[in-house]
Write a protein of this length. Structure first.
Length: 406
């Protein structure tokens, strides 16, 4: 079986295009079933602030999945031109890309920790919602999880963790002279929202915090709710809560906060951080309100990538080593499996041959001949087995395209 994928990210497409590919969580199960019915064996859907990807398996590496991806884009109201605003990988290239994504090498902020959890969540969604997933594709995901964990533990890529949220908070600190932090509102319960809450509690203990969500009851299951005011999104949108800073990161497909919302809040200066993609805050110009969108953090993200270039180079070598081990293992398995199936039959024949000693060899020589036979078996059978395995490994490495398991 072969792994195939189509996706697009912040480098190749606009936020507006990625918004069209967004599937709200309540609708995700049904929509993925519809996509699978287009002709796929399975689909794993990854959605993050800066990328959207679809993973699947095909019969083999040579399967042409492009027509299926065009059907997917048409399903979302996109065109054939949009296909080229993304990337389409197959086989080893697809596996390598997945490993790079899991290790955060493809993230806008290299080294950010959220992507691994998002990938695990994408895989778990299939299992929890009885959506099909081929065992080979699932195996590839688990390999990527293990590799990403190794990259984070054995390189400096995870030192001084950096995320989109941390870039925004760094910006907040630099702007406190112009926008004093008097009262903060955090919207949503995404990992980014939780990070902002944790930072505020640790670094701005004197600042009152309001945590806003569609449902406030669900917030009480998080330890971050201690010491903060909870408010429903419905009530907050009435515009009666004053604040100096707003941090929002939800999975809403449409903007939650529009110009009219901020116009109700008066003329006080406000600094707004929109960490959502698609944006939670529509683009507008309103003098007392400054909105920081994801694209405004790109320069900081590029600096971050340069600072981590050495760790990225080490991580890439680790990924290639994991790829090599996995691919060689997959290549040798079919032949070694056949050999292992034959081996017990061969041993039965050997035992039958040893029994003939009693019939064909004079009694006074039987004990000695048996010992010689056992020594020959012990010396040559096991050694020859390993020798045969080595030969099989060399043969299979020369026949990569014919018996590759990816």
């Amino acid at each position: 079986m072969k792994i195939h994928l189509w996706g697009t990210d912040f480098r190749r497409s606009s936020a507006e295009m990625r918004k069209k590919l967004a599937i709200a969580l309540p609708e995700r199960q049904g929509k993925l079933k519809n996509i699978i019915s287009l002709g796929f064996q399975d689909i794993v859907y990854l959605w993050t602030c800066n990328r959207v990807e679809f993973y699947t398996t095909a019969e083999d590496y040579f399967s042409d999945t492009r027509p299926l991806w065009l059907k997917v884009l048409n399903h979302f109201g996109l065109t054939e031109e949009d296909y080229y605003r993304g990337y389409h990988f197959e086989g080893k290239s697809a596996l390598r890309h997945l490993m790079r994504v899991a290790s955060s090498l493809e993230s806008m902020v290299v080294g950010e920790p959220q992507i691994l959890g998002q990938l695990k969540g994408a895989l778990a969604f299939n299992r929890e919602n009885q959506l099909p997933i081929d065992k080979h594709l699932e195996q590839c995901f688990h390999l990527c999880f293990e590799t990403a964990k190794k990259v984070r533990s054995e390189t400096a890529i995870a030192e001084k963790p950096v995320s989109v949220a941390s870039l925004g908070l760094k910006y907040l600190v630099s702007m406190e002279g112009e926008y004093p932090l008097k009262k903060a509102v955090v919207v949503g319960r995404s990992p980014i929202s939780l990070m902002v809450l944790q930072w505020l509690k640790k670094n701005r203990t004197e600042v009152p915090v309001v945590w806003v969500n569609r449902s406030t009851e669900v917030l009480k299951s998080y330890p971050e709710f201690q010491g903060v005011e909870l408010q429903s999104l419905e009530n907050f949108l009435k515009g009666e809560t004053t604040f100096s800073h707003l941090f929002t990161s939800t999975s809403s497909i449409e903007p939650i906060f529009k110009r009219s919302f901020f116009e109700k809040l008066g003329r006080d200066k406000k600094l707004v951080f929109d960490f959502a993609e698609p944006p939670d805050v529509e683009h507008f110009v309103l003098q007392p309100v400054r909105v920081i969108h994801m694209e405004d953090l790109m320069d900081e993200a590029k600096t971050n990538s340069l600072e981590r270039a050495e760790s990225v180079a080490v991580a890439e070598k680790m990924i290639e080593a994991a790829m090599r081990t996995y691919c060689l293992d997959q290549k040798e398995k079919p032949i070694l499996r056949d050999f292992n199936a034959i081996e017990p039959e061969f041993l039965k024949e050997l035992e039958a041959t040893l029994l003939l000693i009693e019939k064909e060899v004079p009694e006074e020589f039987q004990s000695r001949v048996k010992k010689i036979a056992e020594k020959l078996v012990k010396k040559n059978l096991h050694l020859s087995r390993e020798h045969l395995r080595e030969i099989l490994r060399r043969v299979t490495s020369e026949e990569t395209d014919l018996i590759s398991g990816i």
